[in-house]
Design a protein around this ligand. Sequence first.
Ligand SMILES: NC(=O)c1ccc[n+]([C@@H]2O[C@H](COP(=O)([O-])OP(=O)(O)OC[C@H]3O[C@@H](n4cnc5c(N)ncnc54)[C@H](OP(=O)(O)O)[C@@H]3O)[C@@H](O)[C@H]2O)c1
Length: 294
Amino acid sequence: MSLNLLKQNTSWISRVFVGLKTPFSPSCIPTRRASCPTRNNLDLTDRVALVTGGTNGIGFEIAKRLGQNGATVVVSSRSQENVDKAVDKLRSGGLKQVHGIACHIAQEDARKQMISDVVSSHGDINILVQNAGVNPHAFGIMETSGSVVDKTCQVHIKANFQIVQEVQPYMQKSDKPCSIVLTSSASAYMTSYYPGIYAITKAGVNAMTRAFAPALSKDNIRINCVTIGPIDTDFMTAVSADEDMKGVIYRNLIIKRMGKPEEVAGIAAYLASDDASYVTGESFTVSGGAFCRF
Ligand SMILES: NC(=O)c1ccc[n+]([C@@H]2O[C@H](COP(=O)([O-])OP(=O)(O)OC[C@H]3O[C@@H](n4cnc5c(N)ncnc54)[C@H](OP(=O)(O)O)[C@@H]3O)[C@@H](O)[C@H]2O)c1
């Protein structure tokens, strides 16, 4: 390598890895603190978390784990009755800072109101777990009606997309690190036995995680996605009851059983925490070892 070439390469390396003569403008560098190095980085004591679809199944267990790690938690779902029950259950399990708001995730006004209520009641919003999803109906891809396509796109694509945009101005104002966690499905990677539109729209969730990451990073907001395999919740009742379908699913798993909702909670709590301060735009699969790749 000639001396000139070596000099050019050295200067390229130093710009990228050492930050000398950085090619980035100062406006790209977040000014807010990324994390406090002295605390347990999983500790969420001073954080406020909103978990949509947080009254049952996976969302409930995520809310519980965030609360156990110290966060003030707000759980949300469509039914006020389910919200009240979930709040009672979490409080009777020992969590004190738990609250609830009823909200249909696809209703824009209700969603905006929910975010604004969280901030006015708790002073901040640092963690959003956007977990509410549409239950997949057992339709073949060719038989799926336009109304099912609309409903699935409204929740998985539009509501996920807009709630990220809606929460960003509040997180931007916070003086704490902020994290968004979306939930996708392993079916996004393998459309063979799940209904197509569910899988297609969940793949959109993985894609939007990546797409939002650079813009959010400027405000020190991270966004990641948990891509979930078969978990034994009410969502999967039809599958658990159908031995043939179960057999097809199990064939694709290394761990030959359905997962439990609490087995998803840990990764979501990690992604919400400062332990994940250098992690953004990623999708993490929790699927019993199912082969999951785009
Ligand atoms: N279980 C699995 O095997 C599996 C696999 C891959 C991905 N996922 C994803 O994981 C997420 C949670 O699933 P889960 O298995 O925990 O389901 P679940 O046990 O049926 O719980 C769903 C939760 O979401 C709420 N919800 C449903 N529709 C809503 C809406 N439009 N707006 C607001 N809240 C809504 C429900 O309460 P209300 O009825 O009161 O609204 C409930 O709290 C979903 O996004 C799902 O796609 C699940």
